[in-house]
Structures are given as structure tokens and as C-alpha cells.
Design a protein around this ligand. Structure first.
Ligand code: NAP
Length: 242
């Protein structure tokens, strides 16, 4: 059995990644924070694709909870390990910095940046021992370019990008690759409150991206064929960045 963990797998991009990795033969560990109904729908889709999986509920921003759940999984699966990790969980709480409540800073930074650290550190040891692993971090155009109204989100994603580059150099010799995928506007719950008809005009391709398009890129980075790609940040944004 080959195992992949997708944080924030209950909805949106995470769900599409769960489906993609299941079609590649992975047993999927679907992490979510609170939305069990949606996580169950992801699991059903994984099963419809001929694979299987299970739900792992934990808050990626909480190191105690994260380690408790992942340590227990490891204890129940001795001799096995999670070879693909997709750090996808993330939240947005937009505001101009001058108006930003301290809680919104911490919530966004902790979910993104702390979550990347806690979950990755927990799985890294086994990847290094087995000399194979794939870590893919879902960041954002905001983390590359910086977006007004998103100082918290841009800082969190920018921090993960720097962490991706640093970690990739620490573990490259053990055949563990670490890459980041930076989407632009993708149609999911996270962008539901945005005016898509207006914003799509700034995208050279004239549309928002689909979660499945991001998942296809993640699937490639998770594959054996991507063995020589590490420390990269790959944009998927319909031409928006330039
Ligand atoms: P989404 O539809 O809002 O889904 C967010 C997912 O993250 C849900 O599964 C949610 O779980 C989970 N989550 C949130 N906080 C969590 C926590 N503390 N612990 C564990 N799980 C948590 O978002 P999305 O659009 O699919 O975004 C996925 C990733 O892509 C995020 O990192 C986001 O920043 C990034 N991204 C998105 C876009 C875009 O345009 N959509 C663009 C660039 C980057 P529950 O269901 O339990 O709440």
C-alpha cells in the first residue's frame, strides 16, 4: 500500500488532489479541520475511483493535535509510511493591515506556516529513513508577488516558499523532493466571495482556474517522473503573474 496525506482534503483544491492521487494508486489520508460531511464526500469520490482512504481530523496549526493523530497512525501502521504529503490546508482573512485584527494575522499565519512545519516534521523522519518522499506545498501567487489586503496570507505563503527552498536542500540526497505550487484564482469556496466576472478580466486566460488543473500539476510533482525537480515554485495562474 502506498499512502498519501492531503491536508485540507475535505473541499476545493484538496479534494481534487485526493482524487488525482487516488487515481495514481495511492491510499488517501484525508485531513480536515471540522467539515466531516465534506470530508466524507471526498472519501466517497476516492472510493469511486477504485482506491480507498480514511479521514484524519486535526487542526494543522495545533502541534499537539497534529502529532497525536499522526503518531497514532504510525503506531497502527508499523512497517508502513506516508510517502506523499500535500500541505494544502489554508485560510484567508483579508483586510488592509491598518484594520487587521491580531487574531486574523495569527489564524492565517499559523494555519499556513505552522501547519507546514508541524505536519512536515512529523512525516519527514520516515521519508528520510525510507529514502523516498514527495512533499508538495500549496502556496499562492500572493506569496510570490504580495497582494494588498493580504499581508497575513502573503506572509504565510511567502514563508512556506522560503521553507520549501531551504528544506529541499536538506533532504535532496535522500530522494525526498520538496516543491511548491502557486495557484492564481481558482474557483473554490475560498474564492466564492470574490467577484469572478470582474476579476477574471485581469487574468490573461480570461477565466478562473479549476481545482482539477491544480491537482494535475500536483500529481506530476508527486510522481516518480518528477524525481529531479526540487526546491521549485511552480505557478498555475492563467498567465496572471507577469
Ligand atoms: P477551501 O475550499 O476554503 O478549503 C480549505 C481546506 O482547508 C478545507 O478542507 C478545510 O477543512 C481545510 N483547513 C482549513 N484550516 C485548516 C486547519 N487549521 N487544519 C486542517 N485543515 C484546515 O480552499 P481552497 O481554495 O481549496 O484552497 C486550498 C489551498 O490552496 C489553500 O492553501 C489556499 O491558500 C491555496 N490557494 C487557493 C487559491 C484559490 O484561488 N482557491 C489560490 C491560491 C492558493 P474544513 O473543510 O474542515 O474546513
Amino acid at each position: 500500500m502506498k499512502y498519501a496525506l492531503v491536508t485540507g482534503g475535505s473541499r476545493g483544491i484538496g479534494r481534487a488532489i485526493c482524487c488525482k492521487l487516488s487515481s495514481m494508486g495511492y491510499y488517501i489520508l484525508i485531513n480536515y479541520q471540522s467539515n466531516e460531511n465534506e470530508a466524507m464526500i471526498t472519501l466517497e469520490k476516492v472510493r469511486q475511483l477504485g482506491s480507498d482512504g480514511e479521514l484524519l481530523k486535526f487542526n494543522v496549526a495545533d502541534s499537539v493535535e497534529t502529532n497525536q493523530v499522526l503518531d497514532q497512525w504510525n503506531a497502527e501502521h508499523s512497517g508502513e509510511y506516508i510517502e506523499v504529503l500535500v500541505n494544502n490546508a489554508g485560510v484567508r482573512k483579508d483586510n488592509l493591515m491598518i484594520w487587521m485584527p491580531e487574531d486574523d494575522w495569527h489564524n492565517v499565519v499559523n494555519t499556513g506556516l505552522d501547519g507546514f512545519f508541524f505536519v512536515t516534521q512529523s512525516l519527514l523522519k520516515n521519508m528520510l529513513i525510507r529514502k523516498y518522499g514527495r512533499i508538495i506545498n500549496i502556496v499562492s501567487l500572493s506569496g510570490i508577488k504580495g497582494m494588498p489586503g493580504q499581508v497575513n496570507y502573503s506572509a504565510a505563503k511567502g514563508g512556506i516558499i522560503a521553507g520549501t527552498k531551504a528544506l529541499s536542500q536538506e533532504v535532496a540526497r535522500k530522494n525526498v523532493t520538496v516543491n511548491a505550487v502557486a495557484p492564481g484564482f481558482i474557483s473554490t469556496d475560498m474564492t466564492h466571495d470574490l467577484d469572478e466576472s470582474d476579476l477574471k478580466k485581469v487574468v490573461p486566460m480570461g477565466r478562473f482556474g479549476k481545482a482539477e488543473e491544480v491537482a494535475d500539476l500536483v500529481g506530476f510533482l508527486a510522481s516518480k517522473q518528477a524525481a529531479y525537480i526540487t526546491g521549485e515554485v511552480i505557478s498555475i495562474n492563467g498567465g496572471l503573474y507577469t
